[in-house]
Design a binder for this molecule. Structure first.
Ligand SMILES: Nc1ncnc2c1ncn2[C@@H]1O[C@H](COP(=O)(O)OP(=O)(O)O)[C@@H](O)[C@H]1O
Ligand SMILES: [Mg+2]
Length: 240
């Protein structure tokens, strides 16, 4: 479960995220959409505990990120938009490095790493250096690493960027499967079709403010546009 309470972030005079209040229930997939510069990455980085809010709080499974960051972070699989990868490690070494950070024991690591490498189509390349990977492979490796410790909450920024259609389908199916098992997922995306397909609820952020939130049907009602697709709703709500 995720809760954002009056969450705000200022960069100098710019209010990048303005008093965000939001709750995502256990097992829900929440899609966070908005124009470039709306404040998605800023919000997600605060949720992941890598950026301190100016005010307000991030609660992960009832744990306050600011008060108990280590405890809260253990609950999260955090997938940033630009992850730092150690290019001189192999994919497998990178997974081991991340597993050690999360105290995943050896038996569990062997099982989980194989499972995730298979799922993310990386098994045959896992002993090669990351520097030899394509962008999409790196993206998939970061996702595999973030899921090794079986997080209860997944926070992910633009997961589909750079992935091919088969990988997008796999990630969608996997997220749905995890949500069915009770994992809570918060994802930003520009791929509105993905949001339509898998998100239980959608939030639209514009200039730092959450301007609409609810199910796809709620958003349609909100703009009085029966039958509108998410792209039409999005444009109607965010066009200048
Ligand atoms: N480190 C930073 N310093 C100053 N301004 C920033 C910084 N990061 C983001 N911003 C600004 O904050 C706003 C929100 O950015 P961001 O959260 O990256 O938006 P999004 O992910 O929705 O495209 C933008 O105006 C951006 O220029
Ligand atoms: Mg962003």
């Amino acid at each position: 479960m995720i809760e954002l309470k009056n969450l705000s972030k200022k960069y100098g005079n710019l209010l990048a995220v303005d008093t965000l209040n939001l709750r995502v229930s256990k097992g829900e997939i929440f899609g966070f959409i908005g124009p470039n510069g709306a404040g998605k990455t800023t919000t997600i980085n605060m949720m992941g505990g890598v950026l301190a809010p100016t005010s307000g709080a991030v609660m992960i499974c009832g744990i306050n990120m600011a008060d108990q960051p280590e405890h809260a972070k253990r609950k999260i699989g955090f997938i940033p938009d630009r992850a730092y990868l150690y290019e001189k490690l192999t994919g497998m070494e990178f997974l081991k490095f991340i597993a050690d950070l999360y105290d995943v024991d050896e038996d569990r690591f062997l099982k989980k790493s194989q499972e995730k490498l298979d799922m993310f189509f990386l098994s045959d390349r896992s002993n090669e250096l990351i520097e030899s990977y394509s962008h999409g492979m790196k993206q998939r490796l970061v996702m595999a690493a973030a899921l090794l410790h079986d997080p209860q909450v997944i926070v992910v920024d633009e997961p589909m960027v750079g992935l091919d259609p088969l990988a997008i389908k796999m990630v969608k199916d996997h997220f749905k499967h995890l949500a069915d098992e009770g994992v809570t997922i918060f994802m930003s995306t520009h791929t509105l079709k993905v949001a339509e397909d898998i998100c239980d609820k959608i939030g639209i952020i514009h200039k730092g403010t959450l301007i609409a939130t609810g199910t796809y049907e709620d958003l349609r009602r909100n703009v009085h546009a029966e039958g509108a697709d998410l792209e039409q709703i999005f444009i109607r709500l965010t066009e200048p």
